[in-house]
Design a protein around this ligand. Sequence first.
Ligand SMILES: Cc1ncc(COP(=O)(O)O)c(C=O)c1O
Length: 395
Amino acid sequence: MKISARGIQMPASPIRKLVPFAEEARSRGIEIFHLNIGQPDITTPDTFYEQIRKSFPDVVAYTHTAGIIELREAFCRYFRRWSLEYDPTQVVVTAGASEAIIFSLGAVADPGDEVIVIEPYYANYKGFASMLSINLKAVTSTIRNGYRLPPKEDFEALVSDRTRAVLFSHPSNPTGTVYTPEELERLVSFAKENDLFLIADEVYRELVFDGRDSCSIANFDDSERTIIIDSVSKRFSACGARIGSLTSRNNEVIGTCLKFAQARLCPPAIAQIGAVGLLGLPKTYTDQIRKEYENRRNVVFDELSKIPGVEMQLPEGALYISVKLPVDDAEDFVKWMLTDFSVEGRTVMAAPLEGFYETEGAGRSEIRIAFVLSAEKLRDSCKVMRMGIEEYSQL
Ligand SMILES: Cc1ncc(COP(=O)(O)O)c(C=O)c1O
């Protein structure tokens, strides 16, 4: 018996692969500030549980493959906030955005086909593509150009007869970039000119800072080429609920995704009920969350700015900052912080950024920090990180 080549090639998540080192540190009594994963510490709104209590089913039965109608309607009402009118038949509820991305990629690309991403990109795209034997091709954005959308020529240079789609997260994980309307128009015009699908991962849609307006790619291209990925994980701090969705005006895309969805029967039944409550929360709820993350972003940026040799861009949204450290190998540094370093029994775990790139060797000195802890804990974490960098540089 042997393991498939696909299984062997499947990359380990750079966000989770150093977890054994963290577990070992914890067993030595070390407290770890987990800045490696986008797991918010914010309490999940009560309405999630209230909704479940209100309609507690006698039998936890399978639901409709596309998700309960109440939740698909709730997604439609939600999209109306951005003046987007969808019908519940254009929404498929999924086990998180993750499953929605897998279904979408599977619907638009065959094994050996290519999908364009903008690196650094959400690292699990690599895993999803690998599961489906799809090849990712990356255009590169860099700290130095503020992680702005690369020029159209960079995208055009990657187009082949196997290119099927552009997959991107907006606001971006891991850079926090929020594209300007002009940049989004440019992305749309590239997709149109090359007849590509646009898979827009908008799980951080409302987490935009400094007075920016949130939007959907569908505000720029509301055609059959657009697939919107959504999730309750981040903005409602309900990552473990495993509720996401994909929305499209393209009947063939929806029909194909539904066939994939039928094979896995239905999304989590109880969590769907709770998610109806989450999506019904008023805009004031997300405004408050956005303010909290904006403050955390400021704290992290100010504290990291005190570390000599660090390069970064002020994140414009999402929950992350990508940071270039004055070290040669950030993964080695992150590991060392877990195995050999602590300050008063505490250390920090970040995510090495190399796994968020397609280009060999890119991002080797970079990490991603998720500002998902309280401002006070973030301040302490950055201090520990600063002391760690000082000591590591002298090794
Ligand atoms: C950009 C992006 N897309 C998708 C996901 C996965 O979301 P979900 O928990 O809904 O599967 C994440 C999680 O961190 C993410 O950052």
